[in-house]
Structures are given as structure tokens and as C-alpha cells.
Design a protein. Structure first.
Lengths: 858, 340
């Protein structure tokens, strides 16, 4: 059973429990490709007379529906397959009635739709006995596909969809395989037939099915991955080159299933296609419609998928590879082969190990039953400045250097100083060579530089680094005699400047502009859009970040997929909690409200904490009122008076949990250990305090942005993990997930468009705060309204209905007016600038609240 | 020896040590201990170095054996746009072997040229059937009973019926004068109806029914007696006529029946902004009541799904075949009572 089929079975089970009427009605219309209100009504009255008209709405808006419009709905194809399996149990007469209704409803519809429904009916009512008839009935469609370009495309589009939902009996016909090949060849990357298996293999090379005569050959890449075959361009790492027709071609991929029987799928021969395979599939046979046949097989002996070379490292680009073997051994292999750990990231599965001392990230996860292996890549381009110095060992800047710096800044290039890299007199003692590697450099060669023995050695080192791609060199040979300029530096762009005044001439401007234009992405104007570490942090890292955030009064939701206590493998309730990322409540933030002493100690940061904590207090109150009793899991040391407060709510059941896991100070220690990536924590906190209670767009140092981006990414990763899990504990929760996820993914696209990888604190945190505060405002203003919430699940808090809540405003809010006005100010600015982002933060908060309001999972 | 990895020592240090020292298993284990990395190593899924795990350094340094020909060479170039992705399943090292350089091209099947088998015309529509063959949209109320149901549901009570002979007799027997002839109660539709039509997303499955019942009510009450307005969510959020701006809902004259054609927030997607909450509907019912107007709602959902508070605040009528005129008359008598 495929994952999709399994998910559909689980979904059907959940919906059957929660909305049995919807499922009963779905069965009555399961023979239809499309269901209009008229058909739904007629089917209910004729086949499910006990159901009231409400069942129509239940089905219409149920998760069994994959798409809907004002005119009709289409049921999910995997659900449909299961529903159709049940139909014979209803009896022949019942099925005939159902078929008649569909026939009458769609009598005036296009031939393609009627053919699809007829095929479905034949398969459902007669099973395998109908195969011959279906073969005959599908032939006119095949004929139409090869009878002209336009009509062929039309049929291909229809077949592309219809083949996915046709019963297995129909798919096992030769005509269906022909339609699949023809459709895959015509739809150029839009083909979906690769998702369907069960086709028969066609004899020979059915070139006549291709849209046009093949005139030549081209090379296509394929990569065998675990659980899928990926069609790529041939130059992708690890891609195997295959020869296909230059015109549209189609691929037939087959493998042997557990029973030794051949499984066949079809795909378009276009990069980007992915064909699902069993996860343990190591060998597939691939045939092209134009006549080639390959056997793709995993090499069981291969230990290192990609040979790591200096040249590859120097390109400073992502370099995926696979290593089998014990993880530490794999690392050693890489080291032996000349690559430095500082330029590598090892990843597999979901875990990241970030080293503090030697600057490399390693990600490991040993899945059960899987051989240990790691995916290796160089770190992606990170922050790259232009390093400018008259000499690597000379910290003193002369006027020429300053002028060059100004000119570069004018071009939008960030300029770092020598101190940023901890340059010492001996270049080999760089304190932060990894930063140097991630930097460009402008080297100014002066007469005195060249005469220095040290400089001669330095030039060799500079040249080496530049040749490996670690530095971007623009050489100014100020006052240097031509013959003294070393040859190795002349290969880089260089400019002779006899005096500082010459820098402002056209030649200098052109040279600098050309240099800036040549800089790789990540340097220059783009360097402000640095990518935060986009891998999910380790628990330790996340904890440290959480502690940092907590210390400055920021509420964070963090849940960890710890291998020892993976919430996904535990109770449904924990799963539920995990999914919504609310397992960790940061009670010091709550303390900001409950504990005046804490507030005094924390100073201005507490105001922010107060805002957020107020929100949490509302959530706690709501929980107390709604559920009667619930558990509070405390992850951090909480002031005794806070405990007293919680206990004063008689309905609260406090579970102390494991306070050490998030002990205050632990994160600080860890964060400090992270070195330059996290930055100097104390310094950061000081800066933060100095910038006021809340960051604004100008004040937070870049490092804050990265840290918070990482925090938000934790949430993103959680969602991503959730997406890959199944077995939702309840229909309502699945509805939430369905609601939330598209927003998250849509927002990811938005981030990509803006060049932001993650959540930027400078831009987005104020919105987050604003949203939190607004929600707090709205709810706190009229607490008696909370008692009237009788159906929390249906409490609609989408953007728009927030106005309803806003209408509750009546009582003054216990928040400082300064905060409120500032929050509003931020909200207005941010809403205008990034409306989608604003909605997203709002959605996130509201969903959190919904979670708190929800009944526990069954 | 500390069992906790000091934060300044990392796995990288272990790797460096292993690379430079090439230790055997026991030595490697000691290195792990000395560096305090037991926890980290255990976190990698390896409780202790596996037997022989550190012996393979020389082997690892040896390039992998050349692939057996014919095989496609692994590319050595690097592609710039290969972001390491967590979601991606790992790529296997694989070989591609060309087993046939050219399969025999098959000729098109003979049936393809059969003139008796015309190609499918995918988009061509058959003529729409007429009469019994066509599937008509079945109304929610039965066709026969619809008029009577609507009459009963929208009528108000009035004392304009036949002369109440019993009352007249009784008064005459008591020698009372009769200034005004007492009359029996009767039902009337002349007070008119304000019809509020739900155009929410949540009511989409009943769009055709909504239009049909609008016409039917017009036929029963008389077109001049019906004013109709549309709303989304609830009328409190504003009402609108076609091609008109949304305006606040205003109650009709006292005694006019306010008829809702809506699911009153029972159905639809859980988080649809169009799905008004129960409290919103209760507030609306209170406003209608304050205006002295009876409030009746035609709801496609059965009584089992009705919120009890709403069932008390307005007359909910199940908009389905289960509703009979008799039951309705039993519940409403001669019609809605209008105070004052």
C-alpha cells in the first residue's frame, strides 16, 4: 500500500468516526468524477434517504474533497478508490441506481468525462472481467492522442489526471499504458502519471506514441534516491547520464516488487520529474519510448559518493554526496581526502551537530533499520564582506584604504576591517580563518608592502586563498613600480593608483564597479540578505537560543524532536502538543506579569515580556475555564509566587516536569560556547539592553537577526516534520493542519522571493509582538466574553473575524500605554510593508490560541 | 575525566585527533573519553566505537574501485544550485548500464487505422437530455408541500377570521353589549417578509436552493410583500442587494416576518471567516425580537445539529423533506404571534 493510500485510509477512518453521514453520501457519489449539487441531492434522496440535507454540506466541506468550486466538488482520488471498493457490498440495485444518477447528471458533459465514468463503472461493477471492454473503450482516446498536436495535448491533459484516479483494472490495460506514455511525452514536466503505478509494460519501443519524430539525441540525468528516481540535468552531482530523444520522450520505469512482480510507472523525460519507488528499491529498469533501455542500480560497494577535492571546495558551493559507513569514519574519509572540516557540513535525516571549535556542522540521524550514512556538503555561501586592508598584518589604515572603503560602500559593498578577522602579524595565526574564507578582500599593495619579506610571504598566501575562491581580490598597486608587482597578483583585477586623487577618476570608478559586479552572490548589496543557518538547530543550540531570547524577554515556542523522547512516537496528545510547537512554555515570561520582583530585575525587557506573558496568562485562564483541569508542564525554574498563582487556580494540575532541560544559564553557557556564530552573548545582551525594550529596524545587530531567524526556523522545521507524519489524532486537528500548512509554505515562497531565508527579527519580530499584543488587547478587554465561548473548535479567528473579537473591547487593558502605542505603530508600518507576513504571524498566533482552546486529542 | 563534553571541545577535535593519530579502537575510545565526547558520540547513534571503526582510515584514503564498464562516469563538476535540503532523500551512488541501445520500434497497432473507430472528441458534449432523462435539481422541500410549508412558516396570526359565534353567544347570554364582533384567529401573509439570504462560502452547496426558495416565497407571499437582502456570515455584518454596497441591517416594520435562508453557522469549514458564531446569531435574534418581528430560519441541517440556544431564540425550520405542513402548523398554529 502506498503512503497516499495509507493516509487516505486513515483519513477515511477519522472522518467516518466524526462525520459518518458525509462518508455515506460520498459512497453514493463515488462513481462520479465530479459532483455537482444536483447529483449530490439526487444521490442523497435516492440512496441515503435517512440523511438530512446537512450531510451535503458536511461532505462538501469535508477533507475527503480534494478540490471544490461554487459549482462542484471533486473527491480525493485515494479516498475515491477506497469508497469504490465498498460499493459492491451495497448490492447490485443500489449500484445501478448510483450509476444511473451519474449518467443522467453528466449526460450533457464532455466525452472524456463520460468515458472516465464509464470506465470506473465497468471496473467497479465487473472487476477484472471488464478489462477487455475497457481496453476497447480507451482505444479511441489513444487514437485521438496521436491524431494531431492540439487534440493530442487535450487528451494528454485529460489522461494525466484521469489515469491517477482510474481503478487498477483499467490501469492494467495496454491502452492505459499507451495513454500514460503519450501523456508523459507531451506534457513536458507537467506530467503526473509518474505518481501512478500498475501499468503494463509495452512491447518494444512505441515511438509512434511520441508527439513528433525523434531527430536526434540528448543526454538526460537521473539520480537514484531512496524512495524515488529523480530526473535531472546530466551535470547535477551524482546524476547518471542517459540518452533520450531530443524531441519529447517518455520514460518507463519498472522494478520488481516484494512478490517478484514487475511494477511500472511512466514519466516525462524532463528534468524535475520524480518517480516514486519503494523505499528499499535499489535497482530499476528504465526504458525510453524512443528505444533506449538502461538498468540503474545502486552500487552497494560505494563508500563515498562524491570525491571531495580541493577544487570542489574552492568553488564554495553546495556539494552533496553520500557516505556509507559509521559516521565518524565518514568524517575521517573526508578529512583524509584533503577537505577541511571547516568547509563541510554533514547531514542526514534530521539532526545537526554544530561544532564550536572548528566550525563545521554535522547532521546525523540514524533511522531505524537504515545503515548509517551522511550527506556531505560544503557550507553554503554565508556572509561575505569585502575585507580591505593595506596589508594583512597592518591594522593601521592609510587614507588610500579609507577612500577605497568609501567607494566600495557607495557601490553597496559591506566592508569589514582587519580586526573583524582577528588578523595578527603572522597571517597564519588568524584567529578566525573561517571568516576569512567566507570573505572577499581588497588588497592594496604599496611600495612598502612589496619590500617587506613578510609581505612577500603574505602575497603567496593571499594568492592561494584567492585562487581557491575564498577571497575576491581587487589589487591597487599604489605607487608601485610595475616590475615590482608580483605576477601572481596581476591575474586579478588590479588598478594602478598613483595618488588618492586618482581614485576618483573614471578609470578607478569603472574598475571598482566592475569588481563589484563580479562579486559572487552574498557579497555586495546582497550581503545584507544573509542566509541564517537554515538547518534546524540541535536541541542544545535551540535551547541556547531560547535562553538568549528568554533573557531578553522574548517568548519562544520550541519543541525538540529528541531521539530519546521523540514526541511523535508517544501518545497522541503529546503528538498533538508537539505539532503545534507549544510544549515549551517560557514561564519566566509569565513571571513578568505575575512576579513584580522579576519585573524590576529585568528592567525594560520585562515590558515586552509583560505583553507576551499577558497573552499566555489569557491562554492559561482560557484553559482553566474550558477544560476544568489541564496539565502545565514547567520547563524552567519558576518563581515560587508564580507556582502559587498557578496553584490558586484550583483547576490547574501542575506537572513540574524536568526543569533542568531548560535551566536558566544552561542556554547561556551553550550559546557562549558557540563562539562567533552566536556571538558574544554578554556583549549582545548589553547591546540589546542599550537599544531599548524592543528591537527596531535600525538597532539590532545582524547577529540578532540570525539567531531569531533560527528560532523561527525551529518552528518551520517542526511544521515540515509534521507534514511528513500521518495519523492525525482527530479530524478537527487535521483541519487545523490543513489550515496552517498552506500558509506556512506560501510564506516560504514569499521569503524566497524577498531573498529572506527565514524569519528576520528586525523586520518581523515587531509584527509578531504587535500581533500578540493585539490579540491580548482584544481578549483582555472583555474577559466575560470568554465564558461565552462554548465551542472553541469552531471559534473562527481568521484574519477578518479578529474584528469580531475586537468588538469585545470594553475594559481598559493592563498594559503600558507606551507599549501599546508602539506596538500599534509597528503594526501599521509592517502591515503596509509586508502584508502577507503580517497575516502569517497573526495566523501563527491565532493557531496557537486555537490549540490552547482545543479539546485534547482523543 | 569529565563525562560531559566541555563546550569548547567538539566533534571536530575528535576527528582531527583520529585523523592525525590514527588510533586503534581502544585508543580511539580513550580519546573520546578524554575529550568528554561520550554524550556526543552516543547522540550520533553509536554507543561506543564499533569494532574496526577506526581501522578503516587507510582504506578510506584509497579511492573507491573503478566502476565496471560500461558505466556512466560520475560527474566531477559541481553544480552551483544544489542546496542541501533536509527534505531530500539521500542520493545513492548508482551505475547506469545500457542494456539495449535500441529497442525494436513497434509499429502502431492496426486498430489505430480502423475507420470504424472514430477518435475520441475529448471536449465534445453530447446534447443535453430532456424530460425524465435529465437530472433536475431536486428541491429541499417536496414539490407538493413546498407552498403550504412556506405559507405556514411565514404567516402571522391575526384576529380577522370568521365571527367567533361562541364568544358572541356567551356575551349575549351574559347580557353584555357587543361593540366589536369577536373574530376567530386566522393567518395572514399580508404583513410581508424580509428575506435574508445567506451568501456565505459555507452555504455554497445550497446556492440553487436559495435562489429557488426566493422565487417560491415571492410566489407565496406576493412579490410586493417580500423584501430580500443578502448577507455573508450574519446579517449583523451588513446586508447588500445585488450590485449595491454593503449596508447595516435595519429591521423591517413591526410584525414583518424576518426569514433567514441560512445554515446559521452550523455548517461549512471550521475556520471560515464566513462562519458566524452562535453568539453573533443570538445577538441578531435579540435585535429582531426587539423590533417586534417574528424570526424564522430555514436551515438545511436537522434538529440534532441545532444549537439549543438558537432553537429558543428563533423558529428553526428544517429545510428538508422531513418537514411536514402538519407538524409545522401544529407548532406554529395560525402563524407567528405579533405583539402589540
Amino acid at each position: 500500500m502506498t503512503d497516499e493510500a495509507q493516509a487516505a485510509r486513515e483519513l477515511l477512518g477519522v472522518v467516518s468516526r466524526e462525520m459518518p453521514e458525509a462518508v455515506e453520501l460520498a459512497e453514493a457519489v463515488a462513481l462520479a468524477v465530479r459532483v455537482e449539487p444536483s447529483l449530490l441531492r439526487a444521490a442523497r434522496l435516492a440512496l441515503c434517504p435517512a440523511l438530512d440535507a446537512g450531510a451535503e454540506s458536511d461532505l462538501w466541506f469535508s477533507p475527503l474533497v480534494s478540490s471544490s468550486s461554487a459549482a462542484a466538488i471533486v473527491l480525493d482520488r485515494d479516498v475515491l478508490a477506497l469508497l469504490r471498493e465498498r460499493l459492491p457490498a451495497r448490492g447490485e440495485q443500489w449500484m445501478r441506481t448510483a450509476r444511473e444518477l451519474v449518467e443522467r447528471a453528466h449526460a450533457g458533459e464532455p466525452e472524456a468525462l463520460r468515458l472516465e465514468e464509464e470506465v470506473t463503472w465497468q471496473c467497479t461493477s465487473r472487476g477484472d472481467a471488464a478489462r477487455h471492454d475497457i481496453e476497447q473503450r480507451l482505444r479511441p482516446a489513444v487514437k485521438a492522442m496521436v491524431s494531431g498536436r492540439e487534440r493530442g495535448l487535450e487528451v494528454a491533459r485529460w489522461a494525466n489526471r484521469a489515469l491517477l484516479s482510474m481503478p487498477p483494472t483499467a490501469v492494467r490495460t495496454e491502452s492505459a499504458a499507451m495513454l500514460a506514455v503519450g501523456s508523459a511525452a507531451r506534457l513536458q514536466g507537467a506530467s503526473q502519471v509518474g505518481q501512478r503505478s500498475g501499468f503494463v509494460a509495452l512491447e518494444g519501443a512505441p515511438q509512434w506514441l511520441l508527439p513528433q519524430e525523434s531527430t536526434g539525441k540528448r543526454v538526460l540525468g537521473v539520480r537514484l534516491r531512496r524512495g524515488e528516481l529523480e530526473i535531472t540535468t546530466p551535470d547535477e552531482p551524482l546524476a547518471l547520464g542517459l540518452e533520450v530523444s531530443t524531441a519529447s520522450d517518455a520514460l518507463e520505469i519498472s522494478w520488481q516488487n516484494e512478490d517478484g512482480l514487475a511494477e511500472v510507472r511512466h514519466a516525462n523525460a524532463a528534468p524535475g520529474e520524480r518517480v516514486g519507488l519503494p523505499s528499499d528499491c535499489d535497482k530499476v529498469e528504465l526504458r525510453t519510448a524512443s528505444g533506449m533501455q538502461y538498468v540503474i542500480e545502486r552500487d552497494p560497494e560505494a563508500r563515498l559518493a562524491y570525491r571531495f577535492t580541493k577544487e570542489a571546495a574552492a568553488t564554495w558551493r553546495a556539494l552533496p554526496a553520500e557516505i556509507t559507513g559509521e559516521a565518524a569514519d565518514a568524517l575521517r574519509q573526508l578529512a583524509v581526502q584533503g577537505a577541511e572540516p571547516s568547509s563541510l557540513r554533514l547531514e542526514q535525516g534530521q539532526w545537526l551537530f554544530r561544532s564550536a571549535g572548528r566550525r563545521f556542522d554535522a547532521r546525523y540521524a540514524l533511522e531505524e533499520g537504515e545503515p548509517p550514512h551522511a550527506l556531505v556538503s560544503t557550507v553554503e555561501p554565508v556572509r561575505r564582506h569585502v575585507y580591505i586592508s593595506s596589508s594583512f598584518f597592518e591594522k593601521q589604515r592609510d587614507p588610500l584604504v579609507d577612500d577605497i572603503r568609501r567607494l566600495l560602500l557607495r557601490q553597496g559593498v559591506t566592508v569589514a576591517s582587519g580586526e573583524d578577522f582577528g588578523v595578527s602579524l603572522n597571517w597564519q595565526r588568524f584567529e578566525h580563518p573561517e571568516l576569512m574564507k567566507a570573505s572577499g578582500a581588497v588588497v592594496v599593495i604599496t611600495h612598502s608592502t612589496l619590500e617587506s619579506e613578510w609581505a612577500q610571504r603574505e602575497i603567496g598566501a593571499i594568492t592561494d586563498l584567492a585562487q581557491r575562491g575564498f577571497l575576491e581580490l581587487l589589487v591597487f598597486d599604489a605607487g608601485v613600480r610595475e616590475e615590482l608587482l608580483p605576477g601572481e597578483l596581476r591575474q586579478f583585477q588590479h588598478l594602478r593608483v598613483r595618488s588618492p586623487e586618482e581614485l576618483h577618476g573614471r578609470e578607478a570608478e569603472r574598475a571598482i564597479a566592475a569588481f563589484v559586479a563580479r562579486l559572487p552572490a552574498g557579497i555586495g548589496p546582497e550581503s545584507q540578505r544573509v542566509r541564517p543557518p537554515h538547518a534546524p538547530p540541535t536541541p542544545e543550540y535551540a535551547l541556547a537560543l531560547a535562553d538568549v531570547a528568554n533573557a531578553i524577554g522574548v517568548m519562544v515556542h520550541v519543541t525538540f524532536a529528541d531521539p530519546e523522547s521523540n514526541p511523535l512516537s508517544q501518545t497522541p496528545e503529546q503528538w498533538h502538543v508537539f505539532r503545534h510547537g507549544l510544549e515549551a512554555l517560557f514561564f519566566p515570561a509569565v513571571s513578568a506579569v505575575l512576579d513584580p520582583e522579576w519585573k524590576k530585575q529585568q528592567g525594560s525587557g520585562a515590558q515586552f515580556g509583560e505583553t507576551v506573558a499577558g497573552w499566555w496568562r489569557v491562554a492559561l485562564e482560557l484553559l482553566a475555564r474550558q477544560r476544568g483541569s489541564f496539565k502545565v508542564r514547567i520547563y524552567q525554574p519558576v518563581a515560587p509566587r508564580t507556582i502559587d498563582y498557578l496553584k490558586s487556580r484550583a483547576s490547574l494540575e501542575i506537572e513540574p516536569g524536568e526543569p533542568t532541560s531548560l535551566a536558566m544559564g544552561r542556554g547561556r553557557e551553550l550559546a557562549a560556547a558557540m563562539g562567533s556564530h552566536t556571538g558574544d552573548l554578554d556583549k549582545m545582551l548589553k547591546e540589546y539592553d542599550g537599544s531599548g525594550w524592543m528591537p527596531d529596524q535600525a538597532s539590532p545587530p545582524g547577529v540578532h537577526r540570525e539567531e531569531f531567524a533560527a528560532l523561527i526556523e525551529v518552528a518551520g522545521e517542526l511544521l515540515a516534520q509534521v507534514e511528513s507524519t500521518s495519523s492525525p489524532p482527530g479530524y478537527a486537528h487535521r483541519a487545523w493542519l490543513d489550515f496552517l500548512q498552506p500558509r506556512w509554505w506560501r510564506q516560504r515562497d514569499e521569503f524566497a522571493r524577498l531573498g529572506i531565508e527565514g524569519f528576520s527579527v528586525a523586520q518581523d519580530l515587531p509584527e509578531f509582538l504587535a500581533a500578540a499584543a493585539q490579540l491580548t488587547l482584544r481578549i483582555l478587554r472583555q474577559p466575560q466574553e470568554l465564558e461565552r465561548i462554548t465551542d472553541p473548535v469552531s471559534l473562527s479567528l481568521q484574519p477578518g473575524s479578529g474584528e469580531v473579537i475586537a468588538s469585545w473591547l470594553a475594559e481598559p487593558l493592563d498594559l503600558g500605554q507606551t507599549n501599546v502605542s508602539r506596538i500599534r505603530q509597528f503594526a501599521e508600518v509592517q502591515r503596509e510593508r509586508l502584508p502577507d507576513l503580517f497575516e502569517w504571524t497573526m495566523d501563527g498566533l491565532l493557531n496557537s490560541l486555537r490549540h490552547l482552546l482545543s479539546p485534547p486529542a482523543a | 575525566v569529565s563525562t560531559q563534553a566541555p563546550s569548547s571541545i567538539s566533534l571536530a577535535d575528535l576527528i582531527s585527533a583520529v585523523v592525525h593519530l590514527e588510533p586503534d579502537d581502544e585508543a580511539a575510545r580513550r580519546i573520546v573519553q578524554l575529550l568528554g565526547l561520550e554524550t556526543v558520540v552516543a547522540g550520533l547513534g553509536v554507543d561506543r566505537p564499533l569494532p574496526g571503526a577506526y581501522d578503516s582510515i587507510r582504506e578510506a584514503a584509497t579511492p573507491p574501485p573503478p566502476a565496471t564498464l560500461p558505466r556512466t562516469e560520475l560527474p566531477l563538476g559541481v553544480t552551483p544550485q544544489v542546496p542541501p535540503s533536509l527534505a531530500e532523500p539521500p542520493i545513492y551512488v548508482a551505475t547506469a548500464e545500457l542494456s539495449f541501445d535500441r529497442r525494436v520500434a513497434t509499429s502502431p497497432p492496426s486498430w489505430l487505422a480502423d475507420p470504424a473507430m472514430p477518435p475520441m472528441q475529448p471536449a465534445s458534449k453530447a446534447p443535453a437530455p430532456n424530460g425524465e432523462a435529465a437530472l433536475l435539481h431536486e428541491p429541499l422541500f417536496s414539490r407538493l408541500g413546498e407552498r403550504a410549508i412556506l405559507s405556514a412558516a411565514l404567516a402571522t396570526e391575526t384576529n380577522e377570521g370568521a365571527i367567533d359565534i361562541r364568544k358572541v353567544e356567551s356575551r349575549l347570554a351574559e347580557r353584555q353589549s357587543i361593540a366589536v364582533l369577536p373574530r376567530l384567529p386566522s393567518s395572514t401573509l399580508r404583513r410581508g417578509v424580509q428575506l435574508l439570504l445567506d451568501h456565505s462560502e459555507t452555504f455554497a452547496p445550497y446556492a440553487r436552493d436559495r435562489e429557488a426558495v426566493t422565487t417560491a416565497i415571492g410566489n407565496v407571499v406576493g412579490r410586493h410583500g417580500v423584501s430580500w437582502l443578502r448577507f455573508r456570515g450574519s446579517p449583523q455584518r451588513g446586508v447588500f442587494a445585488p450590485r449595491k454596497q454593503v449596508a447595516p441591517w435595519r429591521p423591517p416594520p413591526r410584525g414583518t416576518v424576518v426569514a433567514l435562508v441560512s445554515d446559521v453557522g452550523i455548517g461549512g469549514p471550521a475556520f471560515s471567516p464566513d462562519r458566524a458564531m452562535e453568539t453573533e446569531w443570538l445577538e441578531f435574534a435579540a435585535m429582531v425580537q426587539a423590533a417586534g418581528c417574528p424570526l424564522v430560519a430555514f436551515v438545511p441541517f436537522g434538529p440534532r445539529r441545532w444549537p439549543s440556544s438558537l432553537a429558543h431564540a428563533m423558529v428553526l425550520i428544517q429545510w428538508d423533506r422531513a418537514t411536514s405542513v402538519r407538524a409545522l402548523r401544529r407548532a406554529l398554529g395560525k402563524g407567528h404571534r405579533v405583539s402589540g
